[in-house]
Design a protein. Structure first.
Length: 155
């Protein structure tokens, strides 16, 4: 029986191809992923920031889990940080960073460092455990690392 989850995948637009790969990764762990991500390949011709935020807010509010795909250009994306901050302040949303191949610690968005609940390498078992509530902290190679000091972390 598949476990249904509603996710919003925060990502750099150039990493959009990994959204479907991420969903395939979860499918192997018996998840039925309902995705509320907004992707650049489906342009809506919106350029008003407040309007764009209103679209994103609805999708984040709907999602139960926020997945941040971390690639070499993710940290520099203003929208990624805004999405993480909004999710952190909008209720009980689990925020999980997932490293893409080639990413490093330096690629972490500042907001993920502040509000993240888990950070894992691209590994279906670890991603699944983080989604299920384990506060796993890994580096980009999958090695255990100290947790980020997050105001959302619990002792």
């Amino acid at each position: 029986m598949n476990k249904k989850i509603n996710v919003f995948v925060s990502h750099y637009g150039g990493d959009e191809e990994y959204i479907s790969k991420f969903k395939s990764l979860l499918l192997r762990q018996n998840y039925e992923v309902r995705d509320g991500s907004i992707v650049e390949s489906e342009p809506n011709k919106a350029n008003n920031k407040e309007y764009i935020k209103s679209l994103i807010r609805k999708q984040i509010d709907w999602a139960g889990k926020i997945i941040v795909l971390i690639g070499p250009r993710t940290a520099e994306r203003e929208w990624v940080n805004w999405e993480i901050e909004y999710a952190a302040h909008s209720g009980d949303k689990r925020i999980i960073g997932v490293y893409l191949q080639g990413a490093t610690y330096a690629d972490l968005p500042a907001a993920l460092s502040e509000y993240g609940d888990a950070l894992v390498a691209w590994n279906s078992d670890k991603v699944s455990a983080a989604i299920e509530g384990e506060n796993i902290w890994q580096d980009c190679d999958g090695n255990t690392r100290p947790p980020i000091d997050s105001p959302r972390s619990t002792c």
